[in-house]
Design a protein around this ligand. Structure first.
Ligand SMILES: NC(=O)c1ccc[n+]([C@@H]2O[C@H](COP(=O)([O-])OP(=O)(O)OC[C@H]3O[C@@H](n4cnc5c(N)ncnc54)[C@H](O)[C@@H]3O)[C@@H](O)[C@H]2O)c1
Length: 336
């Protein structure tokens, strides 16, 4: 068993944006080609507690060297008030030859970076003809900070971020951190969500809202909304937009805005395509200049595996992590 802690994982992922983007892209393409297995995530909730949850995301990715495993990710929103991260996670990678668990990785950075990479990949694919030089970020937490990092990796000319959070202190400290990380980036804090939606034609939503609270009527024509938190947009907004998903079966669950739209309309006809289908088609995506485009990724476990496998391989090359060679019972294979 190879154990990779947060420091090991970060040392591989820091500055590795292009490799993570490539791994996430391949994962989406394999998913579109039917070479993954991604069962529904299992939500563990607790009696008389509507906020906290722990989710299991098992997956298989049939890349060159196939990989299987599970991410176990918790969300405890009240952590933030105590100065802790909302989410924490671990990933187990299993051998595809014997099934034994081979690696245990601290996965909060993997989870955040694969989410940001999927958002940036969607933005570069869906806005390929007309890249954006600015982004509005609604929700000033860890995810949108990583989204900003990955958007800068795919759009080097991105020079402006407009930020909004329900908690003004969070948007101010986000702006300070962003200015320090990227001194040439202009960061504007706005007071109202409508101002953020109207400011740029690329918008990333990463809040902890549990019920819809935003309407795309405030957006410019043809705005791309990266709807990462999945429950922000009203059903009317979803229905009047061009909807791109990661997987319709996954995203139409768990009271997402798309799930609510499906319940209201009785069908999924409002979903135009998946990102994987667009990526494998090799035809440049042509933006609808009038309607908003909404990318809603449920977050597929095969993306986590792709990035975890990248980290595991690089860690082995660099000799990172701790090996527990007596973790498995005698007779079982250990990672070599
Ligand atoms: N789709 C995916 O693959 C995926 C993956 C990881 C995380 N997420 C989601 O991304 C979201 C953000 O995660 P995070 O780790 O950055 O959380 P976080 O708690 O660090 O930050 C969330 C921020 O949103 C703000 N907020 C809450 N309600 C708001 C509202 N109505 N308007 C504006 N701001 C509001 C909070 O004040 C907080 O600052 C979560 O909902 C999480 O579930 C999605």
């Amino acid at each position: 068993m190879l154990i990779l802690g947060a420091g090991d994982v970060r040392s591989v992922l820091d500055g590795a944006e292009q490799r993570v983007l490539a791994a996430v892209r391949e994962s989406y393409e394999l998913h579109a080609l039917g070479r993954t297995s991604v069962p529904h995530s299992v939500f563990l909730r607790f009696p008389a507690d509507t906020r906290n949850r722990i989710i299991a995301l098992p997956a298989y990715l049939g890349s060159g060297t196939a990989v299987a495993g599970v991410k176990w990710v918790s969300s405890f929103p009240d952590n933030v008030a105590q100065g802790l991260d909302r989410a924490s996670a671990a990933i187990i990678l299993n051998s595809m030859r014997t099934g034994v668990p081979e690696a245990l990785l601290e996965a909060s950075a993997i989870s955040a970076k694969r989410t940001a990479a999927s958002a940036a990949l969607a933005a570069s694919t869906l806005l390929s003809v007309n890249p954006s030089t600015g982004v509005s970020l609604v929700g000033c937490g860890l995810i949108n900070f990583e989204v900003l990092r990955y958007l800068r990796a795919v759009f080097p000319s991105l020079d402006t971020a407009t930020v909004y959070d329900l908690d003004r202190g969070r948007s101010e400290s986000f702006a300070t951190k962003a200015r320090s990380a990227w001194p040439t980036l202009a960061v504007d804090v706005v007071e109202q969500p409508a101002d953020a939606l109207a400011a740029q034609r690329l918008v990333s939503l990463a809040t902890t809202a549990t019920v819809p609270h935003l309407d795309t009527a405030h957006c410019r024509p043809g705005t791309l909304l990266l709807h990462l938190s999945l429950r922000d947009l009203t059903v009317a907004s979803v229905r009047s937009s061009v909807n791109i998903v990661d997987d319709a079966d996954h995203v139409c669950r768990a009271a997402t805005s798309l799930h609510l739209a499906e319940q209201e309309t009785g069908s999924r006809d409002f979903i135009a395509s998946s990102l994987g289908e667009i990526l494998v088609s090799d035809v440049p995506y042509v933006t609808d200049e009038q309607r908003p485009i909404v990318f809603s990724p449920f977050g597929l476990g095969c993306l986590d595996l792709a990035v975890a496998d990248l980290v595991r391989r690089e860690a082995v090359v660099r000799g990172l992590g701790t090996r527990l060679d007596d973790f498995l019972p005698s007779g079982a294979q250990v990672f070599a």
